[in-house]
Write a protein that binds this ligand. Structure first.
Ligand SMILES: *Cc1c(COP(=O)(O)O)cnc(C)c1O
Length: 376
């Protein structure tokens, strides 16, 4: 650190040169985050000093957090839900399975998750000392129920279903998973980190949320398709008692106890999530999702003309494309400015068509992909 501080101008210029090295979202087809909605940015700035880790001092922000949890609950089939705004899907998944583990109280707990699950479950398992059992996927990349059943034993404490898988954008049969959890008296967690702000706004209806009896908890990220600022994740429980296993006493705060994993945590993110949900309403989110789905269809139709097929017809705004010479094609696309990603098994080109995409960008991508493939 310098002995003396710099001028504001000097600091801002340092910031600007760093910012210039960041990627603008224009050609990013690999990210699940996007430019936050302007109303979320305003709210975030207004609540920038608010700390929900000690919410006795920030009772206004705390009210917003309670409201936003109810907004998400009503979106996900149960307005009377209990939870909090986390730092993201990872913290939500950790906390949901921590609750499940603590309720069950088994010596050697295991959790059955789909092979398509997000890598946050690997972190979760390591932290919580639980064994992960990965169930196979069927041909449509949904979790295979027979495989799930075969992995359950006396030490299983929870099943996880994914509503909007990170790689394929697929929705597991949550109602059928719920039947399995009910018959084995297990906890059912639904990871809808990405899907929670997509699936309710699709033309087709899916049973994936608290409307399914037996779903105990849901992960839902405002900082992905919720258009909010980072870091805003959501953890929702159907029962208030599910928060108790997470509680620790906080003797030197204005509050008695805390159930978040983070101590000090952003009130700005909760305010931003509240603001954008109130501003957009169901109508606003439906428009955003419709637009992303329209762009997704446009992309799929376009690449089909070059002989490229999606692994499944897109369920949401995530597509996995079977591309020949995947590594070379991705490298050439990268040279043209495009950020793409991959799925693990089978290996395919993974694209997420977020709200920052435009028709022009999609057409340009389709044309560039066509050119890269033709040079084979
Ligand atoms: C993105 C994602 C996560 C992780 O969320 P973070 O906010 O990055 O921690 C977990 N599960 C699914 C299905 C996701 O898509």
């Amino acid at each position: 650190m310098n002995p003396k501080g710099l001028s504001e101008k000097e600091v801002l210029s340092l910031l600007n040169s760093a910012r210039l090295k960041d990627t603008s979202y224009d050609k990013v087809l690999s990210a699940m985050c996007t430019r936050p909605h302007p109303i979320a940015v305003k709210a975030h700035m207004q609540f920038i000093e608010s700390n929900l880790g000690d919410f006795g001092l920030f009772s206004g922000t705390k009210e917003l957090e309670e409201k936003v949890i109810r907004l998400m609950g009503s979106l996900l089939g149960c307005p009377e839900t209990y939870g909090y705004i986390t730092t993201g899907g990872t913290e939500s998944n950790i906390q949901a399975l921590r609750t499940a583990r603590n309720i069950a109280g088994k010596k050697h707990p295991n959790v059955v998750i789909p092979a398509s699950a997000h890598f946050s479950f690997d972190k979760t398992a390591d932290l919580l000392g639980i064994e992960l059992r990965k169930a196979e996927m069927d041909r449509e990349f949904k979790v295979d129920l027979n495989s799930v059943e075969s992995l359950i034993d006396n030490n299983t404490v929870a099943l996880v279903g994914i509503a909007g898988s990170t790689e394929f954008g697929q929705i597991d049969p949550i109602d059928e998973l719920a039947e399995i959890t009910e018959s084995h008296e297990l906890f059912l967690h639904v990871d809808a980190a990405f899907g929670a702000f997509v699936i309710p706004f699709l033309g087709k209806k899916y049973d994936f949320d608290f409307s399914v009896d037996g779903v105990a908890s849901i992960t839902a990220d405002p900082h992905k398709m919720g258009m909010s600022t980072i870091p805003a994740g959501g953890l929702l429980f159907r029962e208030e008692t599910c928060l108790s296993p997470l509680e620790v006493n906080t003797p030197y705060l204005t509050i008695r106890a805390q159930h978040s994993l983070a101590g000090t945590r952003s009130g700005a993110a909760a305010a931003a999530a509240y603001a954008v949900m109130m501003y957009l309403g169901r109508e606003g989110y439906t428009k955003i999702v419709n637009r992303c789905m329209g762009l997704t269809e446009r992309l799929v139709e376009g690449v089909r003309e070059s002989g490229v097929q999606p692994l499944i017809d897109p369920v949401m705004n995530i597509v996995a494309l079977e591309v020949p010479e995947l590594d070379r094609v991705r490298k050439e696309l990268r040279e043209k400015g495009w950020f793409t990603s991959i799925t693990r098994a089978p290996r395919a080109m993974r694209l997420i068509i977020m709200p920052h995409m435009s028709e022009e960008a999609i057409d340009e991508f389709v044309s560039d992909l066509g050119k890269c493939i033709k040079t084979i």
